[in-house]
Design a protein around this ligand. Structure first.
Ligand code: G3D
Ligand code: MG
Length: 177
């Protein structure tokens, strides 16, 4: 497939929130139950055609959220066109940690599009973060949007990546002028 743009998309968030599962689901269409702990960073490619715009080659960097790899993040954020920050709606702490991540995520580009993503919404009985709370955080932190997903039940997976990619497209164009 030919593509018009190449975008670097970094997936960030605490360990265990479902970054690798979401990325795998998007790339392969399969929810794998044996995602081992991501060491450092894993790298994926997917071409995405946006209605009315064109085709984008997404370079997706699935970042290992474990504390001991955190020092690598600033390097990986360099040159990114957009960021997906995942937390689990079953764990308020993973959303609270967003504020610890933000300075690193915005270090090279204070205006970089960041999408806030609430994961594992299939676990409705374990939900601890309400949608309106997450929306408030997304707004007050200047995120481009808030989306809820389930990699397990294939809910909003494509939509999340498409929505962010459209914002990245617009942002990349605006920056040219
Ligand atoms: P990470 O890459 O952010 O560290 P993983 O997270 O993708 O490795 O997922 C961590 C655990 O959450 C995995 O379970 C995985 O199966 C589970 N998970 C990921 N996405 C979802 C989801 O949408 N719904 C549900 N119910 N679980 C999800 P294990 O048991 O392997 O630790
Ligand atoms: Mg992982």
């Amino acid at each position: 497939m030919s593509y018009e743009k190449v975008f670097k998309l970094v997936i960030a968030g605490d360990g265990g929130v479902g970054k690798t599962s979401l990325t795998q689901k998007f790339i392969t269409g399969i929810f794998k139950t044996d995602t081992r702990i991501t060491i450092g960073v894993e790298f994926f490619i997917k071409d995405l055609t946006l209605d009315g715009l064109g085709t984008v080659r997404l370079q997706i960097w699935d970042f290992g959220g474990e504390e001991r790899f955190r020092f690598l993040l600033p390097t990986y954020v360099k040159g990114a066109n957009g960021i997906m920050f995942l937390f689990s709606v079953t764990n308020m702490l993973t959303l609270s940690h967003f504020d610890d991540w933000l300075p690193i995520l915005r270090n090279y580009d204070p205006n970089i599009p960041i999408m806030l993503v609430g994961s594992k919404v299939d676990l409705a009985h374990l939900r601890r973060v309400q949608k309106h709370e997450a929306i408030d955080i997304a707004r007050s932190r200047g995120c481009s949007s808030y989306v809820e997903v389930s990699a397990k039940e294939s809910f909003n997976v494509e939509e999340a990546f498409e929505t962010l990619t459209k914002v990245m497209w617009k942002y990349a164009q605006d920056k040219q002028y």
